[in-house]
Ligand binder design. Sequence first.
Ligand SMILES: [Cu+2]
Length: 494
Amino acid sequence: MKNRRDFLRNTLGLGAGLAAAPRLFAAPQESGAGMDMKHMGHATERTSSRILPVETPDVPQLPWRMDGSVKEFNLIAEPVKQEIFPGRIVDLWGYNGSAPGPTIQVNQGDRVRIIVDNHLPEATSMHWHGFEISNEMDGAPGSSQDPIPPGGRFVYEFTLHQEGTYFYHSHMAMQEMVGMIGAFIMHPKEPYRPRVDKDFAIIMQEYAILPNIKVPNSMNMEFNWLTFNGKAGPATTPLIVRHGERVRIRLINLGMDHHPIHLHGHQFVVTGTEGGRQPASTWGPGNTVLVGVAQSRDVEFVASNPGDWMLHCHLPHHMMNQMSSMVGPMSRRNGMPAGNDMERGMGMLRQGSATSEENGPSLGRGLGVGSTAEQTVANSPLKAGDPMQNQDMPGMQHQGMQMGNPEVSKDANSVPGFPQDAFMEGPMMAMDQMVDKPENFGLRPGWSGFMAGMMTFVRVLPPDKYDQIMELRKKQEGNKPMKMDMPGMEHKYE
Ligand SMILES: [Cu+2]
């Protein structure tokens, strides 16, 4: 974009009255790609106004049934097995078989009933984050209600007068840390202006999971698995948009860290928070938005720049998978502690220097309680001269990975600090085939080697490529039997 006026036209959709805009950059048509309400659920209300359902890639939508004028949902709090990365199936807690839990979408003004069943081995409580509802429906354990005992049920019912990107979560702190959150979208009575053609939501979560362990360490303060909608890159599913479309992405964060989410190739405006829509007068341009813990941020932009653009958390450690002192050639020592206690794991020292034998490379990398410093792990030392001679590096040979060689210079081992990224990401980490799906079609070969943690793509595609992917997606969905695991639920979001 050349100037401020272009920015306003492209990002704010203020096409009218400015210079004649090329068709692709014009504000989206009212007809848009929106779906009529009758495709989303019972055709009861507001068929005149078109509601664009929010897509949550990799996370299911929660169906509902109508009980008179009440929209009724079922949520089951339960342990789930979540494949956060090819072959990495972890034990999380979530809702209805998913962590994060399924996305709930309602309309402003709806009367909503949510039946929460607790299939966990301990008590839980469901909090409706930011909802302006009566106190006894707030889900604050102890103060607004008794916790829901294992095997118990609580029926929440309220009328929603708000609009925006909300979420639900367990109000038991440690349960939050093992997956228990879901998106709760309240569509406004009058659609937001300018209208968008695509509306996505991404929930950010983080887990500390030692290699070969399946249960996250919820006491830990540092994390080595970072997910968008329950998947770590490259297992995340790209957001597919057509060149010229106006796009909204709703970012939701529940964890221990704040995430600066950065989009390549475009400027966006922040149009909403966890409190709902913000007035357009507050929308300043940016390309990185800090999504703090317990916050949501809506960003909008016109996808005016074709290409496969990364969308990711910009904290370097959040762009990695399974980072741990046990894995990878983090050091040229023959042995180093597998993990440390909480304090050293967080980089706090009471005695010894940061480079001493006992602290060494595991300082600040510990995974806290549950890991042990006694278990030293040999990382094969790199051989001087030709780092690639060493083919017996642990963790290097994974089935399905494309075994390319990282590019390193001949004198790499003489350079202080080496290796940094040579073995953390790159061609030998690529697994294009393992994460193959319609949304990845046409990405550059080897792309997956550089995607990890909280990373995905916004793919801004010309019409033919866009249609091709939609066609592939349709074919894939056609092959899958429609799963209706909840009796009485007739409709699902597409
Ligand atoms: Cu982050």
